[in-house]
Design a protein around this ligand. Structure first.
Ligand code: PGA
Length: 241
């Protein structure tokens, strides 16, 4: 595990974008695993800027997103499909047919999870997986539990996650209660994992996840065992370690 300490959110975003850009330059037809949430917005902004200035070309890149709310149509402003288009896909040249997210409108959970795992397998796995971390240590929507989940599965969101995500919706009641998420095994199979973290409110969980025992009660802790894991975090997020 490598830790890159940055002064603040902006520097974290630039460093993370630089690592992703290096991946795309080294392997133009790479598979990028992408994440949503507040944290990656700045990273995507840098990638868009570098694409627009002609420094990056995504024409051979494929993407797989970590997760999607179950039951939310793509067109809903808060679907992860919409988030990704608004923040990245609408502004760079990743071909539409190489963009993959779980289909939140497929209510047959079993079929959808199998389909998504098959998509990832058919691409030969993920070259670089971008991740944030939840206050409870979740990665994707892999919430604390008694065992690490394997492949893509359907989860019930915890009260803490519903609470954290309600800022994006008109009211708490509108936050979907379930999601499809890549499993921990899929995330661990990525050839490189890049986690970005910013803010004092994440300091406690960073200490627990990366300086405590590996346990499914803190899902991100399993990344301690990943052979190519980079944590890019700002001073506030690292203030307790
Ligand atoms: P955030 O979410 O980037 O909005 O803090 C991270 C996560 O829940 O994985």
């Amino acid at each position: 595990m490598r830790i890159i300490r940055t002064k603040n959110y902006d520097e974290m975003s630039r460093k993370a974008a630089a690592i992703i850009a290096a991946q795309v330059i080294h392997k133009p037809n790479c598979v990028l695993g992408l994440a949503t949430g507040g944290t990656p917005v700045g990273t995507y902004k840098n990638l868009v800027e570098w694409y627009k200035s002609g420094d990056l070309d995504f024409s051979e890149v494929s993407t797989v997103n970590l997760d999607e709310y179950r039951g939310l149509p793509r067109e809903h402003r808060e679907s992860y499909w919409s988030f990704m288009h608004r923040n990245l896909f609408d502004h760079v040249n990743i071909p539409q047919d190489r963009i993959n997210l779980p289909d939140g409108t497929n209510m047959d959970a079993d079929a959808e999870c199998k389909r998504y795992d098959a998509v990832i397998a058919s691409m030969g796995g993920v070259d670089l997986q971008l991740l944030g971390i939840g206050h409870d240590g979740h990665i994707g929507f892999n919430e604390p539990s008694d065992a690490f989940d394997m492949g893509t599965h359907c989860v019930d969101l915890t009260e803490e996650t519903i609470e954290a995500n309600k800022r994006f919706f008109a009211s708490r009641d509108e936050v979907p209660r379930q999601a499809y998420t890549m499993g921990t095994h899929t995330i661990m199979s990525a050839r490189k994992v890049l986690m970005i973290v910013s803010g004092r409110d994440k300091a406690e969980i960073i200490k627990k996840a990366f300086f405590g025992p590996v346990t499914p009660h803190v899902p991100a802790s399993i990344l301690q065992m990943h052979p190519n894991f980079v944590l890019v975090a700002d001073e506030d997020a690292l203030s307790l370690v």
